[in-house]
Design a protein around this ligand. Structure first.
Ligand SMILES: Cc1cc2nc3c(=O)[nH]c(=O)nc-3n(C[C@H](O)[C@H](O)[C@H](O)COP(=O)(O)OP(=O)(O)OC[C@H]3O[C@@H](n4cnc5c(N)ncnc54)[C@H](O)[C@@H]3O)c2cc1C
Length: 395
């Protein structure tokens, strides 16, 4: 069976499995990014009457600008479970006719002298092992044996995750939106949506449309879309940057916590990033181009870690991630028939398959994820933006 046949089979199973809860419910999903497209697919295959809206095209937000690194190396068991479930979905659905998922080990490391991060890497790996994640602790010598391309003489400790790989986030999202359409969803792109609350409904071109439920998965715009309806959420969009450079790297994917950057193999060489601005960004006005010094600075840091490589810049860009006060996402019911999914701290692609499935389940009457309950905050909390990956290996 080809991968696309697998996906069709998957759709057929879903169609056969219409539930009383799902069949006939009308749902508006606002935002055709990885999360919204996955939720729309999961809802449609349960028999819901789904309309997926996007103000631009499918994957025109963060999902079209992301690096696509995926791993289950989280110290928190819930994060690890959801990421593990997502990797299983990436593996099952990826293929030539759908989207790529390339298995690749993920290494995260701290340098000699960076005691705080060295301790955090050690403690994080121990916690992962306690709850069954395939994660190994390695020193510089062990790392050099396993990954000869890495400079290791300044590394104090590293973690290596086995369940990891990378996808093309734009292709994943396009595939899930197409699968949602195949399962009966209507996709309306170039359609900016406003929300009205209590009960939730949407407004398109000044005309109100009613649905049994509304899910707002509008990425960096989610806070603004909900604020227009009088609802505050504790989320701030923030700007991050990435680049593609010509180079030769097969493995590993690497997060240098002390050097504050990540890098992964890419069809054109490498994809590297970070350049996080730790302040709230304007989702309509942020600069989509990378800063002038970003690429030179990052390539210097990448060259330090991969000394044999030569890295010629192909392109660089910026996009938005979304932060919350406790760095956990906001996923679930806000009020009556209004739901939200945002706040993924730079890790929304690697969680999208599981989060899309869980929020769809909740919309159709199932249990939500308590720890991600969006009402755990009032919405007016003061908090600082802190980047996502820094904390994947910490508690
Ligand atoms: C440079 C970069 C690198 C990243 N690397 C990784 C990575 O390696 N791994 C990882 O897991 N994550 C990564 N991320 C984070 C990841 O991109 C996000 O967490 C994820 O894409 C969020 O998906 P989403 O569906 O919630 O939002 P989005 O993809 O932003 O989708 C939201 C959609 O809503 C639409 N929208 C907004 N307002 C409205 C409206 N009023 N009406 C209708 N539609 C609207 C937008 O047009 C957009 O298409 C990275 C992000 C960036 C920017």
């Amino acid at each position: 069976m080809t991968e696309s046949e697998d996906l069709e089979a998957e759709l057929a199973v879903g169609t056969d499995a219409f539930t009383d809860r799902g069949a006939g419910s009308s749902v508006a999903v606002v935002g055709a990014g990885a999360v919204g497209a996955t939720a729309a697919y999961e809802l449609a295959r349960e028999g819901a009457d789904v309309t997926l809206y996007d103000r631009g095209t499918v994957a025109s937000g963060a999902s079209g600008r992301a690096a696509g690194i995926c791993y289950d190396a989280f110290a928190d068991p819930l994060d690890a479970d959801l990421a593990g479930e997502s990797i299983e979905r990436f593996r099952a659905l990826s293929g030539e006719d759908t989207f790529p998922f390339v298995e690749c080990p993920y290494v995260w490391l701290a340098r000699e002298g960076d005691d705080e991060r060295v301790d955090a890497v050690r403690a994080g790996v121990e916690r992962m092992q306690e709850h069954g994640i395939v994660a190994l602790q390695a020193d510089g010598d062990a790392l050099a044996d396993r990954f000869p391309s890495l400079r290791t003489d300044d590394i104090a400790v590293a973690g290596i995750a086995g369940a990891a790989g990378y996808t093309d986030p734009a292709r994943y999202t396009a595939c899930l939106a197409a699968a949602a359409s195949g399962a009966g969803a209507t996709i309306e792109t170039e359609t900016p949506v406003a929300i009205r609350s209590d009960p939730a409904r949407i407004v398109v071109d000044g005309e109100e449309r009613e649905f049994d439920a509304v899910l707002v998965a509008a990425g960096g715009h989610t806070k603004r879309v909900l604020a227009d309806a009088g609802i505050s959420i504790a989320m701030k969009p923030y700007r991050v940057q990435a680049l593609v450079a010509d180079a030769d790297l097969a493995e590993p994917m690497c997060y240098d916590a002390t050097g504050d950057f990540y890098v992964r193999p890419h069809a054109e060489g490498i994809l590297a990033g970070n350049g996080t601005e730790e302040r709230e960004a304007d989702p309509d006005g942020y600069d989509r181009d990378a800063d002038s010094t970003f690429s030179t600075d990052l390539i210097e840091r990448v060259s330090h870690r991969f000394p044999a490589g030569s890295f010629d810049l192909e392109r660089a860009w910026a996009g938005l991630c979304t932060a919350t006060p406790d760095r956990d996402p906001l996923v679930g019911k806000l009020e009556s028939n209004l739901y939200v999914a945002t706040g993924f701290q730079g890790e929304g692609i690697m969680r999208a398959p599981a989060i899309g499935a869980r929020i769809a389940e909740e919309l159709l009457g199932g249990d939500g994820i308590d720890a991600y309950d969006p009402t755990r905050f009032d919405g007016d909390e003061a908090f600082d933006v802190t980047e996502g990956m820094t904390f994947t290996f910490e508690e």
